[in-house]
Write a protein that binds this ligand. Structure first.
Ligand code: S3P
Length: 184
């Protein structure tokens, strides 16, 4: 189905939230459902650098990654009508949050600490460089606690929060499409 909502002429849909919230997979399902193009910030960064994210962290460091992440986000936000899947830490920089509020209708995929730990334990779960060498049971609650306010701030006035615990990807995409007025 192809959708056209007037606000998509000037804005994008941004999917944000903590690691494992489902930003990339919900983005894929929402793209299929709506016909809107999907841009995944982490995948774009890997395509630019030609190495996986965990190697960018190892070889070039987190500040390098964050600078690239901001640049990719700014380029995407210059356009409109796209679904943009973010990394879990894209909201850390105030300038990124301001850009998200100005240029996107943001969807915060909420996830509990317990669900994050369960999802991280899945052998299919990708490597998360920030967690390597740490006990996730200790670090995840700390990071999530620090970041909740940033996710909320990136939502702005027109953003929505969707709870993901125990829910399937298609179910989440259906709820988002409905709440953003993308169906019909
Ligand atoms: C990060 C999350 C990752 C990736 C990078 C940093 C973070 O994306 O951008 O490893 O700071 O939370 P996911 O949220 O898709 O795991």
């Amino acid at each position: 189905m192809n959708v056209r909502s007037a606000w998509l002429d000037t804005k994008n849909i941004a999917l944000l939230g903590f690691m494992t919230a489902g930003k990339s997979r919900v983005g894929q399902a929402l793209a299929l459902r709506t016909g809107l193009p999907l841009r995944d910030v982490d995948l774009l960064i890997e395509a630019i650098e030609r190495i996986p994210i965990h190697r960018i962290f190892q070889e070039k460091g987190e500040p390098y990654f964050r600078a690239l992440e901001s640049r990719v986000l700014a380029d995407l936000c210059a356009g409109s009508g796209q679904i943009v899947s973010l990394g879990g830490g894209t909201v850390l920089l105030a300038e990124n949050r301001a850009l998200l509020r100005a240029r996107c209708v943001a969807v915060w995929l909420g996830v509990s600490v317990e669900q994050v730990l369960t999802r991280l334990a899945d052998p299919e779960s990708p490597r998360r460089p920030l967690l390597e060498g740490h006990d996730p049971a200790v670090l995840v609650p700390q990071l999530l606690g620090q970041r909740e306010a940033f996710y909320a701030e990136a939502l702005g006035d027109d953003g929505i929060r969707v709870e993901t615990d125990g829910r399937g990807i298609d179910d989440l995409a259906a709820e988002i499409a409905l709440r953003l007025g993308l169906v019909g």
